[in-house]
Ligand binder design. Sequence first.
Ligand code: NAD
Ligand code: ZN
Length: 380
Amino acid sequence: MKALVYHGPRQVSVDEVPDARIEKPTDVLVKITSTNICGSDLHMYEGRTDFEQGRIFGHENLGEVIEVGGGVDKIRVGDMVSVPFNVSCGHCNNCEHGLTNYCLTANEPGVAGGAYGFADMGGWAGGQAEYLRIPWGDFQCLRLPEDAKGKQNDYTMLSDILPTGWHAVEMSGLTPGETIVIYGGGPVGLMAALSATVKGAAKVMVVDRHPDRLKLAEQIGAIPIDDSKGSPVDQVMEQTGGRGADRGAECVGYQAHDPQGNEDNALTLNNLVASVKFTGGIGTVGVFIPQDPGAPDELAQQGKARFDFGTFWFKGQQMGCGQAPVKRYNRHLRNLIAENKITPSWIVSHNLTLDQAPDAYQHFDARDEGWTKVVLNPTQ
Ligand code: NAD
Ligand code: ZN
C-alpha cells in the first residue's frame, strides 16, 4: 500500500510499504478515506522528537471498514468509522475510568497513552496511508451515520481536534455566560472557539497573528486578537473591562512564537496566567514534551517550561492539561454534526491526495497563508 513515510527532519515521501492487515482477532482493518495533517505531526516532521525514520504519519483517521477479526462483533464490514487518535484497549484501569488518553495497555510498560503515527506513543503505524489496522476495534471505532460519506470534512474532525478543542474548554471550567480567551488560532484553537460557543460562552477571544486564521475565528463570532499589533494580555484586559477572562485555553504548545523575538517556551502559559482572572481556570492542550532538543536554550531542551507559577499560585487559578480523551466526547460531537448543529469543516482549506502530502506538509509547517487544515483523501 502507499503511505506517507518519515525520513528525517522535514523529509517525507509517499512510499510503497507492506499492507496493513488484521493481526489479532480484535482488530479492524479500515480503508482510509480521510486523514488530516495536524499541528502535532509537525513536532515530529520538524525533527523535534525521536520519531523513527521509516514510520508512517497520521493520527486523525476516518474510513470504511473492509475486514474485521474473528473477535469483533459490533463493528461490521462497510461501516464508516471515525478512529480516535488515542489507541486504547477499553479494559485497563484507566480505560475503565474513561481515561482512554492514558491507556495502560497501548504503550510500553510504565508509560500510559498510545496514539497512531506518533513518537513515544506505543509505536503504532499511522493512517496517512491507504489502510490502517485498528487494535481493539469494537472499543475504538465510532460508527458514523448514513450521511458520513458526504460530510467527511465535518466528521473527520472527530478523531482529534474537535474533541481536543472541547476538552480544552472543559478543563478550563467554562460555564454559560462566561468569557474565555484562547491562545492559538490554529485548527485546535478554532475548535476550542467553536466548542466554547456551543457551550454558551458570552465572549470568545482568539489570539494569533495569522490574518486567515483570525478571520476564521471571526466567522463563528469570536473576537480576533492579533498579537502582532500589541500585547495580547492588554487586549484581553481591554475586552474584559480590566478583569481578565473567566477562562483560558492553551492551543499552541511548546513551539509558541514570541512576536517580540524572545524565545520563551512557556510564553502562552504565562500570557494565559496574566489574561485570566483571579480564581479562573485554564485548559492546556497545546503539546509540551519532556525533551525538546530543537529548543533554543538548555532549560527548554530538557523540556522545562519557564512557567510563572508564582503568579498562577497568587491568583488561585486552576489548570488541566494533557492528551484529550477523544472517546469521552466523540459520540456527542458526532450527533451535533449529524443534526447540523455544528459544521467544523469551515476550517478545511485543502482536500488532497496522498501524493500531494509532502508538498502540503511544507505549506502547513510554514503556516502559509490559507493552509489552515489539510484533509488527505488517500482512497477517494
Ligand atoms: P498549529 O501549529 O497549526 O496552530 C498553532 C497556532 O498558534 C498557529 O496559528 C500559530 O500562529 C499560533 N501561535 C504561535 N505562537 C503563538 C503565541 N505566542 N500566541 C498565540 N498564538 C500563537 O497547530 P494545531 O493543529 O492547531 O495544534 C496546536 C497544538 O495542539 C499543538 O501543540 C498540537 O500538538 C496540540 N494538540 C494537542 C492535542 C491533545 O490531545 N492535547 C491534540 C491535538 C493537537
Ligand atoms: Zn492531531
